[in-house]
Design a protein around this ligand. Structure first.
Ligand code: ATP
Ligand code: MG
Length: 426
């Protein structure tokens, strides 16, 4: 019979890789704790309407990337393509946003029907941060500082750069969009097909185009910054001053726009050159209109989401991973004939006494030489061989698999002390 395979673009994350994920997730979690952000968990399925209303009907995500279906009841549901909409929905539904400030974060899988390639998948993972009820540039600076501290903690600071832009209010963008469209209409014949299509639906996204001929036309296009209102310009200047005071380097990219309609005012991206075309590892901005757009009371908001797969790739490719991550096992216990019960008791004692020790007990018997081969193959640092000696006593021989030091012959009741000494001495 033919084997059933995973869905294209949806990855299995194998045990060889999960330590990197755990390291990343733990590091993020610890940094977020230091800024007193609290985790919110919400479903991967929501009503399709939630995403249409928040992300926008004429965005790529809603037009062609969502996994949407009618359930058995005929309700139109979608797998979440991003986290902000669900976060707002959940927080609003449970009264967390009413007259309050909230600092929240979430993590989990997101789903987009995109063309799979390195750094771009159909199921991918984001860790997102959202702050509600604060309108000033100080909270914008704070969420950016969280990122900067995280890159520092992960050893990635030298591999990412920060780009910022002020995209104004939605009224500013409307006025700008009209100016941009009338300029681009004059060059319509030379535009790429995607950009021509966007002329009628989502002209600002054309700024994002990677097509060289389109980029050339954009050189002389009207500039968004000339259309932004004084208030957003002041906010943006204040944010830049705060970032400079905190020694966070950035560049203003006047063409930076985001693919989701809910953003306004300040937007930002953290970009790496190490991953080819999929270089944005983290992106966000202000979205002061979204809560009201979803039926709540007007609530200022700012947030970002990072792409976990891209950060895992970056950690691997930049060599920023701690060496200890690749090491999985401290002690393999090989068990001689008839010593199963004794070995199990010893393993449990070691786990009681040395919580940091990673112990694997050989199960299923077999020749000692084969058990040792297995220990070596899975990367154990040490093996403990339990055997009955000539004198009928149980012996424990501690072997060091990664260096040439001589085996040590121990009594069973010494093993924990000796290992403790080895670990603390290491
Ligand atoms: P891109 O421009 O790369 O398509 P985006 O603007 O669609 O990204 P957002 O919706 O802002 O991305 O999502 C935030 C982050 O999530 C991205 O910067 C990226 O790191 C990650 N991300 C987005 N889509 C995918 C995907 N299909 N596969 C893997 N990671 C993704
Ligand atoms: Mg995208």
């Amino acid at each position: 019979m033919s084997k059933i395979q995973a869905i294209r673009g949806m990855n299995d994350i194998l045990p060889g890789e999960t330590p990197v994920w755990q390291y990343l997730e733990d590091t993020v979690q610890r940094v977020l704790q230091r800024y007193s952000y609290r985790e919110l968990r919400f479903p991967v399925l929501e009503q399709t309407q939630l995403f249409k209303r928040s992300i926008g009907e004429v965005t790529d995500i809603v037009e062609k990337e969502m996994y949407s279906f009618a359930d058995r009841n005929g309700d139109n549901l979608s797998l979440r393509p991003e986290g902000t909409a669900g976060c707002v929905r959940a927080a609003e539904e449970h009264g967390l946003l009413y007259n309050q400030q909230q600092r929240l974060w979430y993590k989990g899988p997101m789903f987009r029907y995109e063309r799979p390639q390195k750094g771009r998948y159909r199921q991918f993972h984001q860790i997102g941060v959202e702050a509600y009820g604060m309108a000033g540039p100080d909270i914008d600076a704070e969420v950016i500082l969280i990122c900067a501290r995280l890159w520092q903690a992960l050893g990635l600071s030298a591999h990412v750069r920060l780009e910022l832009n002020n995209i104004g209010t939605s009224a500013d963008r409307k006025a700008y969009g009209e100016a941009l469209v009338s300029y681009l209409h004059r060059h319509e014949a030379a535009l790429d097909e995607d950009s021509r299509r966007r002329l009628g639906s989502n002209p600002l996204r054309i700024l994002d185009s990677k097509v060289p001929s389109t980029q050339a036309i954009l050189e002389d296009a009207p500039v968004l910054a000339d259309f932004t209102s004084a208030e957003t310009r002041e906010h943006f200047a204040a944010l830049q001053a705060l970032l400079s005071a905190a020694c966070v380097a950035f560049t203003v990219n006047p063409r930076l726009v985001r693919g989701l309609d809910y953003y306004n005012n300040m937007v930002f991206e953290w970009i790496t050159s190490a991953l080819g075309a999929q270089g944005t590892v983290c992106a966000g901005g202000r979205y002061d209109g979204l809560v009201a757009q979803l039926g709540g009371r007007g609530t200022p908001a700012v947030g970002f989401a990072m792409g976990v797969e891209r950060l895992v790739l970056l950690l691997q490719e930049s060599g920023a991973l701690p060496a200890a991550l690749t090491q999985q096992l401290d002690l393999y216990i090989a068990v001689g004939d008839g010593l199963g019960a004794q070995a199990m008791v010893l393993a449990e004692t070691l786990r009681d006494r040395l919580p940091a020790l990673r112990v694997q007990l050989n199960c299923g018997g077999g020749k000692i030489s084969n058990q040792l081969k297995r220990a070596f193959n899975i990367g154990a640092t040490r093996a403990l061989v339990l055997e009955t000696g000539q004198d009928g006593q149980v012996q424990a021989r501690l072997r060091h698999l990664h260096d040439d030091s001589a085996p040590q012959l121990l009594r069973c009741d010494e093993v924990a002390d000796v290992l403790q000494g080895l670990i603390s001495g290491a």
